[in-house]
Ligand binder design. Sequence first.
Ligand code: PLP
Length: 406
Amino acid sequence: MDYNASNAIQDLHNFGEFGGVNPSISDSSTYTFLSAKTMFDTFEGNTEGCYLYSRHSSPSNLYLGEALAALEGTETANVTASGMGAITAVILQLCSSGDHIVSSRTIYGGTYAFFKNFLRRFNIAVSFVDITDEQAVADAITKNTRMVYCEAVSNPLLEVADIAALSKICRDADLPLVVDNTFSPLSIAPARLGADIVIHSLTKFINGTSDAVAGAVCGTKEFCLSLKDVNNGAGMLLGSTLDSLRAASILKNMRTLHLRMQKHSENALFLAQKFEADGLRVVYPGLPSHPGHKLMKEQGVPEFGFGGILTLDVQTPEKANALMEIMQARNLGYLAVSLGFYKTLFSAPGSSTSSEIPEDEQGAMGLSSGLIRFSIGLDSDIERTYREMKACMEELQLLPAKKELV
Ligand code: PLP
């Protein structure tokens, strides 16, 4: 792929108004106009470069949006107060009562709950499909379908979606492909592979310091402006706007995203290989045993690896809880949801981030109650981490017995 996202981010140069190396933070909710006519024109959406009110846009949000558009290679991007703020705005902008969505069945639990429960109130139906089965996706499309929705690498099962193949199905059906790329910033570039709208929870890797909640919608100018429309824009009217102070801090953290993603991926690959060699049930797209490995190699950006998330199935929730507690007690990470922190975070999705998905459906999609999701940190000595994690597993007798040599 010829597009280099980290160069594109690096090449942006925005000075502060006094020559500061970081853009100044816009500390205003409202903006003055020199004439009443310009204010009127701005409300009509006819004055580029004029700011109206910070729920609509602010200089700090625009700077962060520019960096995210560079990251994804889209025309532009809007930033939102959370990943869910981005997802809900996109869905409600594109769908009305009577419409239908085709969605991957393995998606973040909050998105699943929004699709399955909340959209019912608006008479919007969702068909959940196995996103790796392209025929099933095509077959699920009806005359009322308004989009195909998936995660590039799914939470928590790490299924890899074939973005180019899905985008072809969507183009043939004249539908937008909406991809949540929260798990794979830089390592997958969905818009370059044909996705129409790319969503992020910035709360995770992109911010990387677990101190902020934010989201983004990357897409065409036309779509992103429609979200901000004062009369009909779901972003503007539902109010999921990011605060300028946060936008500024996230932009500063984005400067090191390329280095962090490389390290997260390197450490995750190391642990995944070791755990697999130990006979553990590990899932990681960087392992040749992963069903999406070949696809990830074909559609991914090699220098950023296979991402920082892996899962380990220790078969029962009791064992999973015991392992997470002992690892936390030995300072190998935190028993916490979310991802992309410098420290390893682990949680059992079945009882946390995917608990919105009913148990029988969790079972049908292969989400076991003993599954632990790891967001691997930036540990400088990952071999030491591995040794200490292995010692925890040995203590809990989680490692399969070595076969007797005959
Ligand atoms: N998308 C994915 C893949 C997620 O994992 C999450 C949160 O865990 C979200 C979206 C929602 O993001 P936020 O918590 O920023 O609203």
